[in-house]
Design a protein around this ligand. Structure first.
Ligand code: 13P
Length: 250
């Protein structure tokens, strides 16, 4: 396993109003006092990207969008393009989150098309994969995730920074997490699929774990081989909780 700086990214999902920027101010000043040993990113809802980017200006905190459209512009009411997210201040974009795969029926092919649009615009994708509880119980977790990696990562990623996030659907927002052995097993399979799909060195981009990461389980999860960081939902909304995770990443 190649060692690199871990990425701890917060996914606010459909949470956050202007008042939430106070948490970001707290995070920023705490990290100014004691810099993180890892990369730190926040992915607010689209409405807050611009203001959050202004809030974290001149800090090391990176800003991401939670989705983008594959098309560059046009008659797509309600959608946000990669260029719009970039223009608002994002440098990262979460793509293929299971909530979008399930609710909006996003396919691997659509996620790959979005990743192409993101890269062409200068956004670094965080491509999410993960099995459902039924798939896990049927012994299909590794196969499902491997297929998602092979089909959601466009070849253009071979020449640009990105990350994959392994988020078991049944671990998201439930307080449940896989065993450390299960996390390692899937991360190793993701790594093998990344290398097979993109070759070296792109195959060594970070693989984040996501799903009920909290300050009290972050250290052991982040120490698992092949875990290159975390994608954090609920615990990223409160600066103290998010910091508790960041401080456990070396
Ligand atoms: P929770 O950390 O709230 O389980 O959410 C994980 C997630 O979906 C991050 O994208």
């Amino acid at each position: 396993m190649k060692q690199s700086v871990k990425l701890i990214a917060g996914n606010w999902k459909m949470n956050g109003l202007a008042a939430s920027l106070a948490e970001v101010e707290t995070l920023k000043s705490r990290l100014a006092e004691e810099p993180a040993a890892c990369r730190v990113a926040l992915c607010p809802p689209a409405t807050l990207i611009h203001r959050l980017a202004q809030t974290v200006a001149h800090s090391a905190i990176e800003v991401g969008a939670q989705d983008c459209r594959a098309e560059t512009s046009g008659a797509f009411t309600g959608s946000v393009s990669a260029a719009m997210a970039r223009d608002a201040g994002a440098t990262l974009v979460i793509l293929g989150h299971s909530e979008r795969r399930q609710e909006f029926r996003e396919s691997d092919a659509l996620v790959a098309a979005k990743a192409v649009a993101a890269v062409e615009t200068g956004l670094s994708p965080i491509v999410c994969v993960g099995e459902t509880l039924a798939q896990r119980q049927a012994g299909q977790a590794v196969d499902v995730v491997r297929t998602q990696v092979m089909q959601s990562l466009p070849l253009v990623l071979a020449a640009t920074p990105f990350a994959v996030a392994y988020e078991p659907v049944w671990a998201i927002g439930t307080g449940l997490t896989p065993t450390l052995e299960q996390i390692e097993e899937v991360h190793r399979a993701v790594r093998a699929a990344m290398i097979e799909r993109l070759g070296l060195p792109a195959g060594w981009m970070p693989i984040l774990y996501g799903g009920s990461v909290k300050p009290d389980n972050a250290a052991e999860i982040l120490a698992v081989p092949e875990v290159g960081g975390a994608l954090v939902g609920g615990a990223s909304l409160i600066a103290a909780d998010f910091l508790g995770i960041i401080r456990r990443a070396s």
